[in-house]
Design a protein around this ligand. Structure first.
Ligand SMILES: Cc1cc2nc3c(=O)[nH]c(=O)nc-3n(C[C@H](O)[C@H](O)[C@H](O)COP(=O)(O)O)c2cc1C
Length: 544
């Protein structure tokens, strides 16, 4: 085995790829070659490190010095100063937005030091294309443990003990879902991973698939063993080509190593995984629509029951879990359900990945224990509001979620507390809104998204969202009528109670949340033809 004096990790998550990380990597490799340091220094391309705002990121180990917004032209100084002479390149360090001081070590960044990484434990640390790097970090140890020393019932019990709830949005207890599928009648069963990730602004699933594909493959095999399934499918949207490529590579490697396929680790257990690439429709993330899409049919939802646990793919019992849910499984098996349950709140256990976006200094992906106060996320991890503006609200749950107004900034980030505020954790989007945001305009955008993404199968969603959109468009043009508020409320009620699937049922959420917390602002648009945030194009008397 070859030992290196230093490792240079180059983040190659999608965001860093877009901002030129490959050119940076090539330039660093060139510099290393020029100084004949190839035997001493290894350059590793990793998955997303989470701090996307600052990409391309380069981290030099063993010290763990992080360089931000690195350009190919910066490679020479990193090589000449840091790698040759051991001197940190100050001008490329992260600068704390509040103290204005440079922070050399990655571990000292508040953005990272306040996180607990379980689902994202490997992304940004290993080369996702090298199965041995995954194995070196105890990868496939959990699969080996269940195959060699646990019964399927014991595996399910451990997941139940962990209190893990599905991270795809609904928060259904994972252990219970596994148990339902295990107990369902039928010899042919399937395991499906939902990597559709249609919510705008969230990218944790993409990041895990790109940066640590084996964690999902390993978990699916564990699920297969627990349920008695020998076939898995990973459904990924076509807009995630890097994730598809990394997954394909990982599946091939795992098969070569005997960790997928026939008689895995000599246990007699067989399990295969295939990829299904979806066309990228939001509704295809809905489980019954996703199954239809895998079967080659139009991606439309169907009424439930029967639930997929009993009648899923081709009518057979099927387990569907989200990417983040799956990637949390191997550590739970290795460290025990109790360990996972020791984090979080009474009913919301473990950690959750959030995508921080909007008017916040540190945008990117974070993984934190459930129950963390929102304030800590926004001001400590997120570094506060851009240009020190006033926080207006945080929007959670994506286009079918709701608002947490600034006065509730201390809310505990767990399923129950957000539910009480009329919003949801959803798949983990956290969009920070400052004083200049018009919530009416924003809600119009969400309703438009839901309308455009509606599959059209049921009238409440197809027509109801269109009517909501028309009213909101009128209001933001300054043509709102007094009766519009009541009409919107009625529509919300109808659609929520009659739509076929979660898309339509949840489409009214942003409108209801806005009316709950920002009614005076909404009324100002309708009655005074005035947009308090000066965003909407209102008629005479309003502000533009
Ligand atoms: C319109 C709609 C879109 C959805 N999109 C996703 C998605 O992109 N990814 C996901 O994991 N779950 C999505 N879900 C939730 C899934 O239907 C399902 O509950 C989930 O994949 C189950 O996995 P979990 O228990 O691990 O969360 C969506 C639901 C609805 C109603």
């Amino acid at each position: 085995m070859h030992y290196y004096r230093a490792h240079v990790l180059v983040c190659a998550g999608s965001t860093c790829v877009t901002s030129g990380c490959h050119a940076v990597k090539e330039a660093i490799l060139e510099g290393i070659k020029r100084h004949q340091l190839e035997e001493e220094i290894k350059v590793v391309e990793t998955g997303c490190m989470g701090f996307c705002e600052l990409g391309p990121l380069v981290v030099v180990y063993p010290e763990g010095v992080m360089y931000c917004r690195v350009k190919a032209e910066d490679a020479a100084v990193i090589v000449n100063e840091h790698l040759l002479k051991g001197r940190i390149v100050k001008q490329l360090l992260y600068q704390d937005p509040n103290t204005r001081k440079p922070v050399p070590l990655m571990k000292d960044l508040h953005f990272l030091s306040k996180q607990t990484k379980i689902a994202m434990r490997n992304a940004g640390l290993i080369n996702p294309k090298d199965i041995e790097e995954y194995i070196a970090g105890e990868g496939y140890f959990a699969l080996a443990k269940v195959l060699s020393s646990m019964s399927p019932e014991e595996v399910i019990l451990e997941i139940k003990k962990s209190g893990l709830r599905g991270r795809g949005g609904a928060g259904f207890p994972t252990g219970l879902k596994w148990e339902f599928t295990a107990k369902a009648r039928g010899t042919q069963k399937y395991v499906v991973c939902n990597g559709d990730e249609g919510v705008p602004g969230v990218f944790m699933d993409r990041s895990i698939l790109e940066g640590d594909p084996h964690s999902v493959i390993e978990a699916m095999a564990i699920a297969g063993y627990a349920l008695g399934a020998d076939q898995g499918y990973i459904y990924v949207r076509a807009e995630y080509p890097l994730a598809v490529e990394k997954l394909r590579h990982a599946i091939n490697q795992a098969s070569e190593y005997g960790l997928l396929g026939e008689n895995i680790l000599g246990s007699g257990f067989n399990f295969n995984v295939n990829i299904r690439v979806g066309a990228g429709a939001f509704v295809c993330g809905e489980e019954t629509a996703l199954l239809a899409s895998i079967e080659g049919r139009r991606g439309e939802p169907r009424p439930r029951p029967p639930f997929p646990a009993n009648e899923g793919l081709w009518g057979k019992p099927t387990l569907i879990n989200n990417v983040e849910t799956f990637s949390s499984i191997p550590p739970i098996i290795l460290k025990g359900g109790q360990w996972y349950a020791s984090m979080g709140t009474e009913k919301s256990k473990g950690t959750k990945v959030f995508a921080l976006t909007g008017k916040i200094n540190n945008t990117g992906l974070i993984e934190v224990p459930m129950g963390i106060p929102l304030k800590e996320i926004i001001f400590d991890i997120g570094g506060g509001i851009v240009n020190n503006k006033k926080l207006k609200a945080v929007q959670t749950g994506g286009p079918t979620g709701g608002f947490i107004p600034a006065e509730h900034i201390n809310v505990s980030m767990d399923y129950e507390s957000l539910d009480e505020l009329g919003t949801q954790i959803g798949s983990g989007s956290l969009t920070v809104l400052d004083e200049d945001t018009c919530v009416v305009d924003l809600v119009k955008f969400f309703v438009q998204f839901c309308h455009e993404e509606s599959c059209g199968k049921c009238a409440p969603c197809r027509i109801g969202t269109k009517r909501m959109l028309e009213i909101l468009e009128r209001i933001t043009r300054g043509e709102g009528k007094e009766e519009d508020i009541e009409a919107l409320e009625k529509l919300c009620d109808y659609i929520k109670n009659t739509a076929l699937c979660g898309l339509g049922q949840a489409a009214p959420n942003p409108v209801l949340s806005m009316l709950r917390y920002f009614r005076p602002e909404f009324e100002a648009h309708v009655r005074d033809k005035h947009c308090p945030a000066s965003v909407c194009a209102l008629a005479e008397g309003g502000v533009r």
